[in-house]
Ligand binder design. Sequence first.
Ligand SMILES: Cc1cc2nc3c(=O)[nH]c(=O)nc-3n(C[C@H](O)[C@H](O)[C@H](O)COP(=O)(O)OP(=O)(O)OC[C@H]3O[C@@H](n4cnc5c(N)ncnc54)[C@H](O)[C@@H]3O)c2cc1C
Length: 257
Amino acid sequence: MAMEQPKKVGRDRSKRPRAMKWETELLEIIEESPDVKTFRFEKPEDWTFIPGQFVMVFFPEIFGKKNRAYSISSSPNSPYLDLTIKLYGVFTHYMWTLKEGSSWTLRGPYGHFIMDMDRNNDIILVGAGVGITPLMSMLRWSTEEKIDRRFLLLYSNKTPKDIVFNEEIQVIQSMNPNVKVVHTLTRLQDKLKSNWPGLTGRISADMIRDQVKHWQEPGAEIATVFGCGPAAMLTTMEEVMISLGWPKEEIHYEKFW
Ligand SMILES: Cc1cc2nc3c(=O)[nH]c(=O)nc-3n(C[C@H](O)[C@H](O)[C@H](O)COP(=O)(O)OP(=O)(O)OC[C@H]3O[C@@H](n4cnc5c(N)ncnc54)[C@H](O)[C@@H]3O)c2cc1C
């Protein structure tokens, strides 16, 4: 039986797709930035997820029952399940040795870091580095589905070459007039600053406040906020949104570590 499509799914747990575990071959590796790669898999038949959800990754022969969580960066409309991963420690160093055709065990989807599709309010996305992954799935899917909601993406990286999905984000912005993207860079070289059209510095309370105030339309229903990145950024995000009058129920975050 085909699973319910994400368009009809709200935040109601009973309507979320059921998780399953399967073994699959790595189809393709896409280099996204110096230390981030997308690992691409075929999606099992009749399996779906809601943008923002994640899967657990296992390599039972190497790590036994130990696993790691990865948000899905592709859209549910894509025939592929993409995991976009930053090189860091034990698991990711092992992944970096793997080639196309290698065997991966995945289990999912999981998570309630998802848009409520029963509503039509605007969406604020706040991301840093590889924290873009669940937000990218939301943006890709909403653009493909021509979802009539305004999006603000505030996205922080170290340098221009670290911006994951940079070109595609530009394409989405040009295709989808509902999407506004604001980049900020934390380690931009002085000689490049005069040509950089975005902001500089870490995502701060002042930065979030300024961007939200410029973007917000008077009288609009309160926007839902989704943040994904370092814990300090998420704390700042929550504090500033509460100071701007946002109820906690409209502030969601996914903490990677
Ligand atoms: C719901 C969820 C979704 C996630 N989605 C993604 C994703 O889409 N892409 C992705 O790359 N990662 C994602 N992660 C993080 C991922 O699960 C692993 O923690 C990460 O890949 C590091 O695993 P490792 O075995 O290489 O490092 P470990 O050997 O586990 O690393 C050692 C320690 O470093 C911390 N750590 C890991 N990565 C970082 C980092 N970049 N900066 C600072 N501290 C860190 C960990 O908490 C751990 O204590 C997600 C985590 C969660 C909980």
